[in-house]
Design a protein around this ligand. Structure first.
Ligand SMILES: Cc1ncc(COP(=O)(O)O)c(C=O)c1O
Length: 435
C-alpha cells in the first residue's frame, strides 16, 4: 500500500508540474506517424515493472507525441479544459471503479447522476422535470436520441439537419438505417426552416453552435414545424450549451426548451475532463420503451428503473462524480466568469482582425469562436495555418465556409489569458508577413 501512496504522490506531482508548465510546450505534437510505436517495445513485459517506469516513459516517449489540449494556447477545434477538480475526481472515480448497471450496483452513481443533471439543467435554464443521463460523447447522445425518435415515429425514416450539422448526425442516421437529408443554410450558416420537408421525417436535428462557425439554427421556427408535423426535435448544443449558464447569452438558446431531446457536452466548454456528454429528454417514456431490456440475471426486487434502460449501453462509469465536483468547486459564478471571459477574448480577437487591413472576419460570432481569413487564395491561407502551427507557439484549426478555406480561433481553455490570445494574433501576423 505504501508503494501505492508513493506512486500516487508521484503521479499527482507529475500532473501538477505538467499543468504548471504546459503553456511553454509546443502545442501540436511534433512527431512523424509511427514514431511513438517505434520507440516502445513491441511486446509486453514478462515481469512486473515499477510504476515509476511508466512515468519515465510518459516523459521520454509519450509527451513528445502529445498534442497539449490542456495548453492555454490551444485554439483549435473546440478548445477544452480538464479542470483541476475534474482531474482529481477522475482519480476518485477510478479508485471506486463503480459499474453502474443497476441502481443497486451503485445507488450513489445513479442518484448523483440524476441530481447533477437536474443541477446542470437549472444552471442552463432548461425546463424543470427533464430526464437526464450522461453518455460518453455527443455522438452517442445523438445516436440514442435518434433511436428514440425512430421508435416514437415508426414508419418514418427521414432525419433532417442543416448542411452544417456535425458529422455525428450523419453517422447516427447511417447506423439506424435512417435517411439523412441536409437542409441548406442562409448567409449566416443557419438552417433555413422554410425549406424543411417533414412528411416522412421522424426527427429534425437543430444545432445551437455548429462545429464550423458556431452558427445557431432558428430553433423556435424549427420547433413550430416539428410540432405541426409530429417530428422529434433533437437539439445539438454539444459545444455551445455551456454558454447558457450566462443569462445574457440565453437569447441564443430560444426554443431549446421545446426540444424532445437536448445534448450538451460538459467535456467541451464546462471544465469536465473527457468524456462527459449530458443528454436530457422530456420524453423518457419513449427512451425507456426503445431501450429497456432487463435479462433475468439483472432483475432486482426494488422498483427503480436503472439508467441503462434509457440508453444502449449497460455499464456506466461514475462520470457524475467529476461533473458534480466541477459544479461544486466552480459554482454558477465561477462557470459564468470563465464563459464570459472566453466570449470577451473572442470579441477582442475579432476586433483586431476586423481592424487589420488584409484580414477579414467571415462569419458572425455568437460565442467564443472566430472564423477569419487572410486575403489571398485558399492555398495561401492553408500554408499560413501550417506555418503558425509548426511554430509550436499556438494551435489553430480550419474549416470551409461558403466554399472558402477559413481559419478558426476557438477560445475555450480556462487557462487562456489575454496574453495568449494576443500571442496567437502576433504569430498569425508574423507568419503572414513572412509568406
Ligand atoms: C456541434 C457538435 N455536435 C457533436 C459533436 C461531437 O462531439 P463528440 O466528440 O462528443 O462526439 C461535436 C464535436 O465537436 C460538435 O461540435
Amino acid at each position: 500500500m505504501s508503494t501505492f501512496r508513493e506512486d500516487g504522490a508521484a503521479a499527482l506531482e507529475w500532473v501538477a508540474s505538467y499543468l504548471e508548465g504546459v503553456r511553454e510546450r509546443p502545442v501540436l505534437a511534433r512527431v512523424e506517424p509511427g514514431a511513438i510505436r517505434a520507440a516502445l517495445p513491441s511486446s509486453p513485459p514478462d515481469d512486473p515493472e515499477p510504476f515509476a517506469a511508466v512515468l519515465e516513459d510518459l516523459d521520454a516517449v509519450l509527451l513528445p507525441g502529445t498534442t497539449h489540449w490542456q495548453s492555454p494556447r490551444f485554439f483549435a477545434y473546440f478548445a477544452t479544459t480538464g479542470s483541476e477538480p475534474s482531474v482529481l475526481a477522475e482519480l476518485l472515480i477510478a479508485g471506486l471503479n463503480q459499474v453502474g448497471i443497476l441502481w443497486r450496483t451503485s445507488p450513489a452513481l445513479q442518484e448523483l447522476e440524476e441530481l447533477t443533471l437536474d443541477w446542470l439543467a437549472q444552471l442552463l435554464g432548461l425546463p424543470a422535470g427533464l430526464h437526464g443521463h450522461i453518455e460518453d460523447t455527443a455522438s452517442t447522445s445523438t445516436l440514442v436520441a435518434l433511436a428514440a425518435a425512430r421508435h416514437a415515429r415508426p414508419g418514418r425514416r427521414v432525419v433532417l439537419c442543416s448542411e452544417h450539422a456535425h458529422s455525428s448526425v450523419e453517422k447516427a442516421a447511417r447506423l439506424l438505417e435512417l435517411e439523412l437529408r441536409k437542409v441548406p443554410v442562409d448567409e449566416a450558416f443557419r438552417l433555413r426552416a422554410e425549406l424543411l420537408e417533414l412528411d416522412e421525417a421522424c426527427a429534425v436535428v437543430a444545432t445551437i453552435g455548429t462545429t464550423s462557425s458556431t452558427s445557431v439554427d432558428p430553433v423556435p421556427a424549427i420547433a413550430d414545424r416539428c410540432a405541426e408535423a409530429g417530428a422529434w426535435l433533437h437539439v445539438d448544443a454539444a459545444y455551445a450549451g455551456a454558454a447558457a449558464v450566462c443569462p445574457e447569452l440565453r437569447d441564443r438558446f430560444a426554443g431549446w426548451e421545446r426540444a424532445d431531446s437536448v445534448v450538451v457536452n460538459p467535456h467541451k466548454w464546462l471544465g469536465v475532463t473527457m468524456d462527459c456528454s449530458t443528454l436530457w429528454t422530456r420524453r423518457p417514456d419513449v427512451f425507456r420503451d426503445a431501450f429497456s431490456l432487463v435479462p433475468e440475471y439483472l432483475r432486482a426486487a426494488e422498483e427503480v428503473a436503472s439508467l441503462s434502460e434509457y440508453t444502449q449501453v449497460l455499464g456506466r462509469r461514475f462520470r457524475a462524480l467529476k461533473l458534480w465536483a466541477v459544479l461544486r468547486c466552480l459554482g454558477r459564478s465561477g462557470l459564468q466568469e470563465r464563459i464570459r471571459e472566453h466570449v470577451r477574448l473572442a470579441r477582442l480577437f475579432e476586433g483586431w482582425v476586423r481592424e487589420e487591413p488584409g484580414w477579414e472576419v467571415v462569419a458572425p460570432r455568437p460565442f467564443s469562436v472566430v472564423c477569419f481569413r487572410r486575403e489571398g487564395s485558399d492555398e495561401e491561407n492553408e500554408r499560413l495555418l501550417e506555418r503558425v502551427n509548426a511554430s509550436g507557439e499556438v494551435f489553430l484549426s480550419h474549416t470551409r465556409l461558403g466554399g472558402r478555406y477559413v481559419l478558426r480561433l476557438a477560445v475555450g481553455s480556462f487557462r487562456t489569458t489575454e496574453d495568449d490570445v494576443r500571442l496567437a494574433w502576433d504569430v498569425l501576423r508574423r507568419e503572414a508577413a513572412h509568406a
